[in-house]
Design a protein around this ligand. Sequence first.
Ligand SMILES: NC(=O)c1ccc[n+]([C@@H]2O[C@H](COP(=O)([O-])OP(=O)(O)OC[C@H]3O[C@@H](n4cnc5c(N)ncnc54)[C@H](OP(=O)(O)O)[C@@H]3O)[C@@H](O)[C@H]2O)c1
Length: 333
Amino acid sequence: MSEKKYNVGLVGATGVVGETFLNLLNNSDIQINELRPFASERSAGKKVPFYNSEIQVLKEGCFEGLDFVFFSSGDDISKEWAPQAVKSGAYAIDNSAAFRMSPEHQLIVPEVNGELIKGMSHPQVIANPNCSTIQLMLPLNALKPFGVEKITVASYQAVSGAGTNGIEELKKQTASNNGDTPEAFTKPIAYNCIPHIGGFNDDHFTSEEMKIMNESKKILSLPNLLASAFTVRIPSFNSHAEVAWVTLKDSPERSDLIAAFKSQEGLKTFEDPRAYDTPLECGGQHDVSVSRIHKDIANENTWILWVVGDNLLKGAALNGFQIAQKLIAYDKV
Ligand SMILES: NC(=O)c1ccc[n+]([C@@H]2O[C@H](COP(=O)([O-])OP(=O)(O)OC[C@H]3O[C@@H](n4cnc5c(N)ncnc54)[C@H](OP(=O)(O)O)[C@@H]3O)[C@@H](O)[C@H]2O)c1
């Protein structure tokens, strides 16, 4: 790692993704000269930890002199502020959905298509994919040599995916042992599960489902991939789980799949078909876990996988942080 010290911005520093970024930045081998944290007016006067001290959060976007800025404040702030950061000469690494499907912007999972960063000739917005999409990309990338033709995905998503309000709502409803009035979710989340993440479109898919289907094709460079997703919020605090049915063009043996998964960076593979991780066990883990790897009996050439990952780490802050590491490795900052 280089000896250079970097000036870093963090928009959304007081949120759950922001907090995860702060942990990574405070404990990383990237040397930081200046950290500039931003949040809303609600956080006026708040401080965040930076090395052995604390710094006050700012509410106005001022990005002069920064090398890169992480955005985790939602689509509207990213749309307004990320171009300003780029204009000031910084790479904007954006966790929102604002730029993900734009043809002018790259959508990066470093272990999958991180090489695209090598070709960047100037500061720009780099999009961080949706949390459920990111974790799915690691096993699917490993299976690409066998010809991934179709994926069907069912998700079981933790409340931290809905930010601070989601976590607080599950805590409150669990403690009071009733549903209370739902605010962060459409229905009570404690002792329940909700088949509704984001808004519905005219085809009756939710926005979360559309993100998984569309972003997967872009990241894997498989525009003709047949993809279908159904997403469910469950009352777990952190880490998303997904079942993926993956139909391949080729007919590999199970041992071929295991070997491919084991050689995929960022993936923890359970070879034993009876062993698996759960969301609780994956909290805090950097690697995505793939287990229950078995052939479908109802569909030719289809494999079933259980994929679990920490949505705040690999699904958000860690992936963004790894993009910054690539920018440094390729001498872009
Ligand atoms: N949670 C996940 O698993 C996950 C995964 C992938 C992507 N993301 C994306 O990451 C972003 C943040 O998510 P989160 O889960 O961290 O949400 P969160 O806990 O609700 O945090 C939101 C952050 O945005 C800040 N913010 C809100 N309005 C603002 C404004 N007008 N100006 C400046 N800052 C403002 C908040 O500041 P205050 O504290 O001052 O309100 C807070 O720091 C979202 O775009 C989300 O879609 C989240």
